[in-house]
Design a protein around this ligand. Structure first.
Ligand code: ZN
Length: 718
């Protein structure tokens, strides 16, 4: 075939490395297929699986000579395991190609137009349906009676699970004929949607003579929680997610077990069909509904791909509100005659449909090393350094491992391949180790016996999972405490950031938070990259922080178990620092929202001589916190209103809103003309669309944080 290619466009040849990669990908995917379909014990997340499949498909497209008939890209799944009787599908169950972005959808539409020989003027009508994350099944109904049903298997033959399917209460054993629904009781055909009619063949009884009805069996979040809760109580095996739970329940030899689990089903497609004609996917869904089959209500007919993209965006923001999992949107060409015209690609996937997948929030990468961080309370936290990998638009290079017990429980070793997940938290988390990838060279990790910063012997308190550095003079602990004290969560001292705090503690100028107030200009100027103007500014801000509200100071002290909210509670209850410091454990525990453990921790803090010295130094330095009020401590955002949407990475939603309030602005839940800024995190949905329509400036989370910090540089320039 290369003879026909112009000389300059010579066909690329795969390198040895690329050939090896293709082989490795195939092996991985085959193994994953086996575990997923045959064992119900997937080791790969769907997102990781999709990524591998995509990489393989891309390589095969670039180097068609590498494509073999047995490649996983050419097959839907693996052969059905020989536990249940084989269930051959009369019309094979195809898989769908995936789209991962709006642009992917647009180029799919371009391809459709080319195949139809049409130009951009052709408006294609699509239908969008939510992609339910469950198990695909094929059901046969004859003259309205449920006869049998099977899993998808390899797309040609699945497993016969008829008795299991019968236990699903949402699945009708008998279809309700159309005629019985007609008000006048005759056999006239009732219209299913505007402009189109379902056409029963002559002699039809209001149901097809025979039909293969396809759908997805799934489990609701609630049922999933119930089953896992019970399994946990009885010491049984819990399921990783609702999808696995649905699959495990459906493929049960013991039907009594299946019956006890409330599985649910949505029907949305057709295989072989005798004695009925559908005009479009929309008509099919309407007919299903009338026949008494459960269909998903969140369906939309769209004119052109841009409306499809809108639907996808909308559900990206709303999908968390559903009582079950979806992993995307299935987009189909609505008209069945257009579908027939478009046909399918080889035997694998139809051309007229595509699955739009939401960005992966899970990804696979490797643990390069594990390091131990010391926090402001002295807690030692193991953190995994990962081979950097993109996750929902952010590069992820680290993941918290929480504590030693957690490392043991997940059995994370240095060198392991792991699945990393980001769930709206600041630091991503390791979900699980991909044990199948182990080579034996992985190294088990042990927590150090000594603090990595000061070398003090670490301690583990009774009943606690966390190891701590007990040394009150530990430089790293000090650095973290001072950084937190100066941060916007506490005393909000502009210009005193992480770098400055680190230097100040390293050179020994600051040994506790009170030392900040003794800093001189000469000392400030000795720091790296510190100019006269900036030093003056920072000293001014330090001075200004002396009269912050009491709650800010309480938060800044870094008492264990005391966060921003508890600080507010304590400040409003006690009014002054002196009264708080004098309160007994019983008094403290009597405060609404303060538990016994927190009360003990507060008492212990004020009883500690080191802390008493610090408090007395703060008083001598002239720190006089204002008694509790909710006044903002800056007017930087005065008159501005912010709306937050999507997943924020560095701040929690309520922290971001509190921050806006502290800076004198307003945080609102909905976008209107009065909104000054929309801060859009990952997976932003309808609010983003609305803001764009209204022409409201949209900020990324980083841009927003920049705005809260900018003032130092701004005032320096002024
Ligand atoms: Zn230490």
């Amino acid at each position: 075939m290369s003879n026909e290619m112009p000389a300059l466009m010579e066909m690329a040849r795969p390198s040895a490395q690329e050939q090896q990669r293709v082989e490795a990908l195939r092996a991985q995917l085959r193994n994953a297929n086996y575990l997923y379909y045959a064992q119900d014990a997937p080791e790969l997340s769907d997102a990781a699986y999709d990524a591998l499949m995509r990489e393989l498909r891309e390589l095969e497209e670039r180097f068609p000579e590498l494509l073999t008939p047995d490649s996983p890209t050419e097959r839907v799944g693996t052969e059905a395991v020989n536990l249940f009787a084989p269930y051959p599908h009369r019309v094979s169950m195809l898989s769908l190609d995936n789209a991962f972005s709006a642009d992917n959808l647009r180029s799919w539409e371009d391809r459709l137009r080319r195949q139809l020989g049409a130009g951009p003027e052709l408006a294609i009508e699509y239908i969008c349906e939510l992609k339910i994350d469950g198990l695909s099944v094929n059901l046969t109904y004859e003259n309205g009676q449920f006869i049998s049903g099977g899993t998808r298997g390899d797309g040609l033959t699945g497993e016969d699970i008829t008795p299991n399917l019968r236990t699903i209460s949402a699945l009708p054993k008998q279809l309700r004929p159309l005629s019985s629904r007609a008000s006048n009781g005759d056999n006239s055909v009732i219209p299913l949607s505007e402009g189109a009619e379902a056409v029963p063949t002559p002699g039809g009884q209001g149901v097809p003579a025979r039909i293969e009805i396809r759908g997805e069996v799934f489990m609701s979040h609630r049922e999933f929680a119930r089953i896992n809760g019970e399994a946990e109580e009885q010491g049984g095996r819990t399921f990783a997610n609702p999808r696995n739970a649905a699959a495990g329940s459906l493929r049960q030899k013991d039907i009594a077990v299946t019956a006890k689990r409330r599985l649910d089903i949505f029907l949305y497609a057709v295989g072989e069909c005798e004695g009925w004609t559908f005009q479009s996917q929309h008509d099919l869904l309407q007919a299903y509904r009338v026949w008494g089959l459960r269909t998903n209500p969140n369906v939309r007919v769209c004119e052109g791909i841009e409306q499809v993209i809108e639907f996808c965006d909308e559900w990206s923001g709303k999908k968390g509100e559903l009582p079950y999992d979806i992993d995307g949107v299935v987009v189909k060409v609505n008209s069945f005659s257009l579908q027939r015209e478009l046909g399918q690609v080889s035997s694998r996937a139809p051309r007229w449909a595509i699955a739009y997948k939401y960005p992966a929030l899970q990804v696979r990468t490797r643990v390069e090393s594990i390091e131990v961080q010391v926090g402001r309370t002295g807690a030692l936290t193991p953190v995994a350094n990962l081979t950097p990998v993109a996750l929902a638009g952010v590069m992820v290079a680290r993941a918290t491992l929480h504590n030693e017990d957690e490392i043991r429980r997940k059995d994370v070793r240095i060198g392991d391949w792991v699945v990393v997940q980001r769930a709206g938290e600041v630091i991503p988390e390791i979900v699980e180790v991909v044990k199948g990838e182990r080579t034996g060279d992985e190294i088990e990790f042990a927590m150090p016996a000594n603090c990595p910063s000061c070398g003090a012997q670490v301690v583990r308190a009774e009943g606690e999972a966390v190891l701590r550095c007990p040394n009150e003079e530990c430089p790293k602990k000090m650095h973290e405490r001072i950084r937190y004290f100066a941060s916007r969560m506490a005393m909000d001292i502009e210009g005193l950031g992480d770098k400055q705090c680190e230097q100040l503690t390293q050179v020994g100028l600051v040994r506790d938070v009170a030392d900040i107030y003794a800093l001189t200009k000469e000392q400030m100027l000795s720091l790296e990259r510190m100019g006269d103007k900036l030093a003056t500014k920072i000293l001014d801000h330090i001075e200004g922080s002396k009269t912050r509200p009491l709650a800010r100071l309480i938060a800044g002290l870094g008492i264990r178990h005391i966060g921003e909210h508890s600080s507010e509670v304590l400040a409003s209850h006690f009014g002054t620092l002196e009264k708080l410091a004098a309160a007994s454990v019983d008094e403290l525990a009597g405060v609404f929202e303060i538990g016994r453990r927190t009360a003990e921790s507060i008492r212990a803090f004020f009883d500690e001589p080191h802390n008493q010295r610090t408090l007395s130094k703060l008083h001598k330095a002239g720190v006089r916190p204002q008694s509790h009020d909710s006044a903002p401590h800056s007017d930087r955002f005065a008159g501005k209103s912010f709306v937050f949407t999507g997943t924020l990475i560095r701040l929690k939603r309520d922290e971001a809103e509190t921050l806006v309030k502290h800076l004198g602005g307003r945080a609102s839940g909905s976008v209107s003309k009065q909104t000054s800024y929309l801060v859009a995190g990952g997976e932003a949905g309808s609010k983003l669309t609305r803001a764009q329509q209204l022409g409201i400036p949209v900020l990324t989370e980083d841009e927003f944080l920049q705005m809260t910090e900018d003032i130092t540089e701004e005032s320096d320039l002024a």
